[in-house]
Design a protein around this ligand. Sequence first.
Ligand code: DLL
Length: 435
Amino acid sequence: MNPLPEIPAPAHDDAERMSVEELRALQTERMAWTLNHAYTNVPHYKSAFDEAGVHPRDFKKPADLKHFPFTAKKDLRDNYPFGMFAVPREQVARIHASSGTTGKATVVGYTKTDLENWASVGARSLRAAGVRPGDRVHVAYGYGLFTGGLGVHYAAEALGATVIPISGGQTARQVRLIQDFEPDAICVTPSYLLAIIDEMVKQGIDPAATSLRVAVLGAEPWTDAMRAEIEERLAVHAVDIYGLSEVMGPGVGNEDVAEKDGTYLWEDHFYPEIVDPGTGEVLPDGAQGELVFTSLTKEAMPVIRYRTRDLTRLLPGLSRPMRRMERITGRSDDMMIVRGVNVFPSQIEEELLTIAGLAPHFVCVLTRPGRLDELCVRVEAREASVDRDAAASRLAFGVKERFGVTVTVDVLDPGALERSQGKAQRILDMRGGEK
Ligand code: DLL
């Protein structure tokens, strides 16, 4: 085992030192402001609230939020591009957008104050992750309309770090700059970090010997098994950062490097709920369901009860008043149903990382040869010498044992699958036609 670097404990900011009661009071005040702001300035919210028969003045305490209507991605698309903005267009200081694999992009906007708040929750996130003022931070999230690069960039600056804004791609160059600039931290998707580690090995560089101490990983689901793989190979602390553009971007929440036990949601700016994805009923803390957010301070684009489709549960804070969320199992969109059994790519990842001969580069291929869906896991062998049949049977057996799902496994040559430079595409849907 490679020993992990020591990270000195940081000071917490004012919000992180509040009591739970103080936090609830702050949330109540900010939620009342947000509901009013959205109702008064965004026609969509006015008509949605009116239709549901609720008015911002009905809101007295966070539990009242459940009477207000949800907001879905479709509402943002229907109001494309700027219809969800709550301030005059000239007060919008920046725009981001999600690429949107189908249909229109989702557009989000920020005032100057929103950008400051984002940088401050981002700085808090990086601090929780173990980044310290004066550290060099290699940002390999994509820059551009995607919130990852610029979001983490301004967070690192606000923390007082030195930013290396390389963006995604050009993997050989990423490795060279890590060698030359000796960063303390890297911010990147876990799947692209694996590609960077593989490139180091290819160039004859020992990944465990770099200057890196911390990897701040997010933008896609990843597992504790992947954390163990990255921590061992790169000798860094691998810490989760969470966020989504509709709510802000990276830094809606972050894990604490000393705990590595759930991602703190920065509840002074974003109020979380867990709902039953089918009925929309609010579930108690601890229950598994869909994460829903209401922004508490956003000016340009407040969101009321935004349905993230991310599945998780809320846990009490350990060292802060804010609640933690358990690692996201997956998005409801990524749930595959194979002969009636639900399965997520993250479960496949967890299982395949228990098999020494298999590398964590994989894709789940869904087909429908007859009337039923079938799942084939295409995964790379770690080395050419691996007994592929044995590794394939072990994975198929493990997935069946653990999750009750029958899969076929195709073990490929090392390097056979295309590497992502950002978010990995874990599902290849070849079913065609009706789903
Ligand atoms: O991915 C923002 C981000 C950038 C977060 C960099 C962290 C780091 P979107 O492109 O809008 O924004 O995608 C948001 O990505 O709803 C989740 O499904 C997924 N996601 C983001 N972070 C995590 C994470 C950015 N730590 C969507 N674990 C979210 C699991 C994550 N899924």
